[in-house]
Design a binder for this molecule. Structure first.
Ligand code: GLC
Ligand code: CA
Length: 556
């Protein structure tokens, strides 16, 4: 086991490490490629642990690295308790965990319980065993409709577009919320439940500190016949009794998981990816009897706009207080357009990104994007976030100020959502998954010794980590400084708004006296004597320039 170092240095409240952690999301196949096959791998991550330590994050979250046909970037898992041979071995994984723990960085892994890969042993067994078999009962198989059963059981549509049903050789149909290669599991099946407990113990025993739960709100289903039509399904409220989404009975699953998490010292943590209809519904996932924390994606669907930010911040802090959890700030992840690009686009109008609780569609730079403004606003928004109570999830490459990559031809694209034309309309999600530029020259900008599995545009040179590390005004330098100062700023999980007299300027203080001021507008915001205590971001003529954030240290 690899967690010896960390366990010894933990204090009593080490169990609460996640509450205000800065968690850096690694998308393994696009992070660093150690063996030059074009796909990022675990030894690649190991080779960059010093970079992660210098960045100053508290934890990494690894998107799936399990054996997979990569039909959905690894979210199609063929074996939950192994490492994809292209990405390394379990021994490599252990070495990576040990190296991260030595630097005080915790490790969170992704659990994908809603569906397996169609290559998973269970699904292969279900195919071979035939209709009516016990093996098929681990998934959702149904007879088709129409005279010869050649029509799907219902007209339901998958999240990625196209029918949510596919037909197997003997004529039965199986249900998949996502791609064809991602059959949904039957969570009413005791073996399915038991097996995930085994998986949680497997990684916990290897020293993993926490889990990110993929589409946590979709596992349980009520598929009592007759099944509703798509229109009927869409009209049903998502109040805990919807047949497919955010059912109350899913929390029975997480109560069992919680018992596993709490059997470890310190308890393993979990964060739910739950796109649900209201903050109250989200709170159930964040409860201490359940997963403990849930992603708040509100800022993914907000404009760069002071009143929107203020409402979202206030609401989420109130909600965290009510549940006893801490909130989670997110501006970018592997499913959405990078925020440096979003903020350079016209305000969200449903064209580039979907609104509400819908998935946010990744688009890539559209015509009319203002790259400089996007980056300016991204830096301002990130500094605001890092000053807030709660934990912040950062997505690899955002610390370089990376833009979404649009220059990917249809032939080069990999995202099943692009090919199925579903809710991630437009270009799909490949544009935020392009392998990172580590060096401003050389093969695949230092990602690996050869090429990269998605094409890197020439402008990646400007954003390379080596160039930015040497430049004190770079986005990387800003992130490093912010993450360093954040350790001083973090205090009691509270903030107090300070009225600014301007609708486009937000200002708050933390209980220990640190202040954060974000100017969302164009006109400079005057700070007066407080300008002398600006330690992050820059005051110009004692004012906060437009579209920027400053941190003000407490008075001595
Ligand atoms: C989650 C993941 C996304 C994946 C989907 C299906 O939303 O973040 O990348 O495609 O689940 O597993
Ligand atoms: Ca590789």
């Amino acid at each position: 086991m690899t967690d010896a170092v960390l366990v010894e240095t933990r204090t009593d409240d080490a169990a609460a490490w996640w509450r205000q952690a800065a968690v850096y999301q690694i998308y393994p196949r696009s992070f660093a490629d150690a063996n030059g096959d074009g796909i990022g791998d675990i030894p690649g991550i190991l080779s960059r642990v010093d970079y992660l330590a210098d960045l100053g994050i508290d934890a990494v979250w690894l998107s799936p690295f399990y054996p997979s046909a990569l039909a959905d970037g690894g979210y199609d898992v063929a074996d939950y308790r192994d490492v994809d041979p292209r990405l390394g071995t379990l021994a490599d994984f252990d070495a990576m965990v040990a190296a991260l723990h030595e630097r005080g960085i915790r490790v969170v892994v992704d659990i994908v319980p809603n569906h397996t890969s169609d290559l998973h042993a269970w699904f292969q067994e279900a195919l071979a065993a035939g209709r009516g078999s016990a093996a098929r009962d681990r998934y959702i198989f149904r007879e088709g409709t129409g005279p010869d059963g050649s029509e799907p059981p219902t007209d339901w549509v998958s999240v990625f577009g196209g029918s949510a049903w596919d037909r197997v050789e003997d004529g039965q149909w199986y249900f998949h919320n996502f791609a064809t290669e991602q059959p949904d599991l039957n969570w009413a099946h005791p073996e399915v439940r038991e097996d995930f407990l085994t998986t949680l113990r497997f990684w916990s025993d290897r020293g993993v500190d926490g889990f990110r739960i993929d589409v946590a709100h979709m596992l349980t289903k009520d598929l009592t016949e007759p099944l509703p039509s798509r229109a009927e399904l869409d009209a049903l409220p998502q109040d805990g009794n919807h047949p497919l989404i955010d059912r109350d009975d899913v929390h029975e699953v997480y109560a069992e998981w919680r018992r596993v998490f709490d059997s470890y010292d310190p308890p393993r943590t979990a964060v739910a990816e739950a796109w649900v209809s209201t903050p109250e519904r989200r709170a159930k996932y964040a409860s201490a009897e359940g997963l403990g924390q849930a992603f708040n994606f509100d800022l993914l669907v907000a404009d760069f706009d002071a009143p929107q930010f203020r409402t979202i911040i206030t609401d989420n802090l109130a909600q965290a207080e009510a549940t006893g959890s801490s909130t989670t700030w997110v501006l970018s992840n592997h499913d959405v357009t990078r925020h440096a690009t979003r903020y350079g686009l016209p305000p969200l109008d449903g064209r580039a990104v979907k609104q509400g609780t819908e998935w946010v569609a990744a688009g890539g730079p559209a015509e009319g994007i203002d790259v400089a403004q996007g980056l300016r606003r991204a830096r301002a928004a990130t500094l605001l976030l890092l000053g807030l109570p709660g934990s912040t999830y950062l997505y690899q490459g955002e610390e370089l100020g990376l833009q979404e990559v649009a220059e990917i031809t249809p032939e080069q694209r990999q995202d099943p959502a692009f090919f199925r034309g579903g809710e991630f309309d437009g270009l799909g999600r490949d544009g935020c998954r392009v392998p990172l530029p580590w060096t401003s020259s050389g093969p695949s900008f230092g990602f690996g010794a050869n090429g990269a599995h998605l094409p890197q545009p020439s402008w990646f040179a400007e954003f390379a980590a080596d160039a930015e590390a040497a430049d004190p005004s770079s986005t990387l330098s800003l992130y490093r400084e912010a993450l360093r100062l954040r350790r001083e700023l973090q205090a009691e999980e509270r903030l107090d708004w300070i009225e600014t007299g301007r609708a486009d300027v937000l200002r708050f203080s933390r209980p220990n006296g640190w202040q954060v001021v974000t100017n969302f507008g164009a006109e400079p915001f005057e700070l007066g004597a407080d300008a002398d205590r600006v330690v992050l971001g820059a005051a110009v003529d004692s004012a906060v320039p437009g579209e920027s954030t400053v941190w003000i240290a407490p008075t001595a």
